[in-house]
Design a protein around this ligand. Structure first.
Ligand SMILES: Cc1ncc(COP(=O)(O)O)c(C=O)c1O
Length: 431
């Protein structure tokens, strides 16, 4: 389990830096914020990844939450093996697109129709366009610390790894004109919401987009009353309420966060789990809104690999496993092997842990945050030490304090108990 010298990883990384900016295809993979040379994965199975130096790590990133069944689960591998011999992409329709769409419509009460895309970024971008097309209004409200992907209109005061880049604003290259119609408000802050909807802009809003269970500033679930207030506002001011369930969809239950809270949005974005580890995401919602998409309606959206058969079959195989009795209870019970003793251990410390279903995160030097402002005094250095301590002991968690750890069905009891003990050891060391 113990990490060894990672010489092959370092060589591959240094070579990659010659031809890929920062050596990575997504910034957080660089590990520079935690001052560790990045992992280079060779393979993974179940709950364990093997790096290029044959070190093993119990994986709590699980491809940023996409792999709820763990790495290379049999039901997914089986359908992929078949499909690989039958063609990987056609750019025209297959029956699998219909099958998974039907399954999602059956499972998620707010969804009557879906359109598949390849990434969560495309899903939220399309949802925004659809909302503006439907309402014929310009403004979008998002919440500080929520991350909805990397398209211009929503890359404002985002969570996830953008928090490191520029916590206040956005990315270079985003024109002020692209974000002047994006309003950002504090998460879970009903007063700020009420103040906005008392302003002269109140009837110019096309959509409010929210992560109902935020997973990009650590795990911070929305307050029920806050989501309820948003729902009421959407009726009163005729805008679309969009739930970004790219993380929470099929993670906290078959109906996602909307089922957990009993509050139905107008549109939902799903990603990660719906692709079963392959690139797929979707926008779903009322038929009346969804039918505005081309070719029926005049809101344009398209994609070369959208709904490709590998992702559709992997996603469908994953959803079929998740439908089995007791799966979400099992996931939560596994997660509590780690979270219950840690919650107890953190009681009389300045730190805290949040968990919901199979998501959890520890906030170093912050007690039970409700939004991004509450994270102002997050101890980044202590997070770095925590990350490095776990990595040395053969445990890989997402390399940012703004990300979420995920438990999968493949996590063994032995590895969960080992992880719990290592985290408890770290907490005791720091007391
Ligand atoms: C809540 C949320 N929405 C959207 C996205 C963007 O998805 P993708 O990285 O597939 O573009 C992410 C990515 O992590 C996310 O966490």
């Amino acid at each position: 389990m113990q990490g060894k010298t990672r010489s092959s990883c370092e060589i591959i990384y240094q070579n990659a830096c010659q031809v890929i900016p920062g050596g990575v295809n997504s910034p957080v993979r660089n590990f520079s914020d935690v001052e560790v040379s990045p992992l280079i994965v060779d393979r993974a199975i179940g709950d364990t990844i093997y790096d290029a130096d044959s070190n093993t790590y119990i994986d709590y990133c699980t491809s940023w939450g996409a792999l709820i069944l763990g790495h290379s689960p049999d039901p997914v591998v089986k359908v992929l093996e078949k499909q690989l011999k039958q063609g990987t992409s056609f750019g025209i329709s297959t029956s699998y697109e219909y099958e998974i769409a039907k399954k999602i419509v059956e499972l998620v009460p707010s969804v009557e129709k879906v359109r598949f895309v390849s990434t969560g970024t495309e899903a939220t971008m399309t949802a925004i366009r659809l909302a503006r097309g439907y309402t014929k209004k310009p403004l979008i409200i998002k919440f500080q610390g929520n991350y909805h992907g990397h398209h211009d209109a929503l890359l404002v005061q985002s969570g996830s790894s953008v928090s490191y880049l520029n916590p206040e604003a956005t990315s270079q290259g985003v024109l002020p004109s692209s974000i002047q119609e994006t309003i950002t408000l504090p998460y879970n802050d009903k007063k700020a919401l009420d103040d906005f909807f008392a302003s002269e802009k109140k009837d110019d809003v096309a959509a409010v987009i929210i992560e109902p269970i935020a997973g990009n500033m650590g795990v911070i679930p929305a307050k029920h009353a806050f989501l309820q207030a948003l729902k009421e506002c959407s009726k009163k001011h005729n805008f679309l309420l969009i739930f970004d369930e790219v993380i929470s969809g099929f993670r906290v239950g078959l109906e996602g966060a909307q089922g957990y809270y009993g509050i139905l949005p107008d549109l939902t974005c799903f990603g990660k789990i719906v692709g079963g580890g392959l690139p797929a995401a979707l926008i779903g919602g009322k038929a009346e809104v969804m039918d505005l998409l081309a070719p029926i309606g005049e809101v344009f959206q398209a994609g070369t690999l959208s709904g490709n058969p590998l992702a559709m079959r992997a996603g469908l195989a994953t959803l079929k496993v998740l439908e089995r009795d007791g799966i979400y209870e099992e996931l939560e019970e596994k997660t509590r092997v780690i979270t219950d003793p840690i919650r107890e251990e953190l009681k009389n410390t300045p730190h805290s842990i949040h968990s919901i279903g199979s998501m959890f995160s520890i906030f170093w030097n912050v007690k039970n945050p409700q939004n991004k402002t509450d994270l102002a005094h997050l101890d980044m250095d202590l997070f770095k030490q925590y990350f490095q301590f776990l990595l040395k002991k053969g445990i890989y968690i997402p390399q940012s304090p703004f990300e979420t750890s995920f438990v999968s069905l493949a996590h063994s009891r032995e590895n969960l108990q080992y992880t719990r003990d290592v985290i408890l050891e770290f907490i005791k060391l720091k007391k």
